[in-house]
Ligand binder design. Structure first.
Ligand SMILES: Cc1ncc(COP(=O)(O)O)c(C=O)c1O
Length: 494
């Protein structure tokens, strides 16, 4: 990749490893940018790959951002995207998220229900703002062409077209929102350019209809994302020329009626998928009932995209032996990972050469919906390392989780935290038998614990009982005697 051998990266950063080709990401963005009319703005959807450096790379290349949570919003902001270049989607936004959005002056909040609109209106009134909003519409037209359709049927996303069209007093009832247009996301993994064009034309028609019914002029129409990339044999790349010709034509017609309108498109997978390789190392090779299994140090907990969230692998992502591209094929094998479930299949009946432990395999087209879309912590595993290669230089953009990372947010309950356990700790600190220490024994005078000894004892109690002793809580009464100390520890133990 860009003159750097994958084996060199694997040597340097270990496995399992995601490697993203930053040059391919930027070239893909530029190809799409060049193909589309100037009236179309590209908002990179962070869902498939929210890594800060990937977002920064795309933003530097000119992309705006589409986000769907406080976490993604923060990712975009940290990566350097300005609030005015951010769209925020999602059917379940919290009050806190909406409050932040109202205050931030993002490009638009994509509103997914009437209740949410009322909430945005209320928060905007309080903040003395006029918040820009796009209404996400679940269109009445059946959507075809996507591998996962997200509209045109009962869905939690958006507001049904019929309901939007009937809500003719919506703007009057919400004077603190500025409804600028509509948003439709039809589905993901669309590989047929004709379908994208057809969906776009329908979305513009719908924008006109909704504008007329509600009494506003569309100024921003978001035609969604969902542009596909080929994964499986027989699949072809989306024809960008056909897509651009049709979409640009539809945009031009729309602009004839609304010359100042802008159009948003929010692709994710299309921009970051092709430049990604998931590199994993074979640990064991074995045979079971006539089938060859290659057991690797990776797994579906890190590349859910290839499996389909929560399902079995149906078809293989493109895959190869990276450590020796010349070795001849030696028949089919099943490539698995570390999880204790038969669903942990990375490739089934993959034609691969003889594999030896230590060999490195690569899964291609892997830059989208990888670690961030996976069940990374399953079976005590964690995030793989992620590398972004840009202009011939490899950057570590996320380090591999260590075992310690599994515990950063866990709290171990000490079920034994009680008077007896605290007494035992105090006794151990002074080398006495627990039963020899009465509640009335004074720490200083009777047990001879000096101030340094008290600090040692406190540290011991903090470690054992998950206690956090604030210095301003160190009242003398707490240390009056063993009984008062026990009461304090028991009351404050986690
Ligand atoms: C609202 C919205 N926008 C954009 C995307 C990105 O889709 P894709 O990666 O298929 O382009 C998604 C994916 O689920 C989405 O839900």
């Amino acid at each position: 990749m860009q003159g750097i051998g994958i084996s060199e990266l694997v040597e340097r950063f270990g496995t399992p490893l995601y490697v993203y080709d930053g040059d391919v990401i930027v070239q893909t963005y530029r190809r799409l940018r060049a193909a589309l009319s100037d009236a179309v703005e590209i908002f990179y959807s962070l869902k498939p790959n929210p890594n800060l450096s990937v977002v920064r790379l795309l933003n530097r290349a000119g992309a705006s951002a589409e986000v769907c949570s406080a976490g993604e919003l923060d990712s975009a902001l940290r990566a350097g995207v300005s609030p005015a270049d951010i769209l925020f989607t999602g059917p379940g936004k919290s009050v806190e998220e909406l409050q932040t959005l109202v205050g931030l002056d993002v490009r638009a909040v994509i509103c997914e229900s009437f209740d949410e609109l009322a909430r945005i209106d209320e928060l905007s009134a309080k903040a003395d703002k006029h918040t820009p909003v796009l209404l996400r519409v679940n269109p009445a037209f059946g959507v075809r062409g996507g591998r996962l359709t997200m509209a045109g049927r009962p869905r939690e996303f958006g507001i049904d077209e019929e309901q939007v069209l009937a809500a003719t007093d919506l703007l009057a009832r919400h004077p603190n929102v500025d409804v600028r247009g509509i948003h439709v996301f039809t589905g993901t993994r669309i590989l047929d350019a004709g379908v994208v064009v057809e969906n776009t034309e329908r979305i513009f028609d719908l924008a006109v209809k909704v504008g007329e019914a509600l009494g506003f002029e569309p100024r921003l129409v978001d035609i969604g994302g969902g542009l596909g990339i080929p994964y499986y044999p027989g699949e072809k790349e989306l024809d960008l020329d056909v897509l651009a010709a049709g979409v640009n034509n539809a945009v031009a017609e729309f602009l004839l009626r609304f010359p100042d309108a802008r159009v948003a498109i929010e692709p994710g997978r299309f921009l970051v998928g092709p430049g990604g390789v998931y590199a994993i190392r074979a640990r064991y090779v074995k045979w079971s009932k006539g089938e060859r299994f290659v057991i690797t140090d990776g797994g579906t907990h890190q590349n859910m995209a290839a499996v389909g969230t929560g399902t079995y692998l149906k078809r293989n992502f493109p895959m190869a032996l990276l450590s020796d591209m010349e070795r001849p094929a030696a028949g089919p094998c099943t490539v698995t990972g570390l999880l204790l479930t038969p669903t942990d299949t990375i490739g089934r009946n993959v034609e691969l050469p003889e594999i030896a432990p230590g060999d490195v395999l690569g899964v291609f087209q892997a830059g989208a919906y990888g670690p961030s879309a996976s069940i990374t912590y399953m079976n005590g595993q964690g995030f793989p390392a992620e590398i972004l290669v840009r202009q011939g230089k490899a950057h570590l953009v996320r380090s591999r989780d260590t075992t310690e990372d599994l515990f950063t947010h866990q709290i171990l309950v000490d079920f034994d935290a009680g008077a007896g356990a605290v007494r035992a700790e105090v006794a151990a600190a002074i080398g006495a038998a627990p039963e020899s220490i009465s509640d009335s024994a004074r720490l200083f005078h009777d047990l001879g614990i000096d101030s340094l000894g008290i600090i040692d004892l406190l540290t011991r109690l903090e470690d054992r009982f998950g206690l956090v002793v604030e210095p301003d809580e160190l009242y003398e009464e707490v240390f009056a005697n063993v009984g008062s100390l026990i009461d304090y520890v028991v009351a404050n133990a986690r």
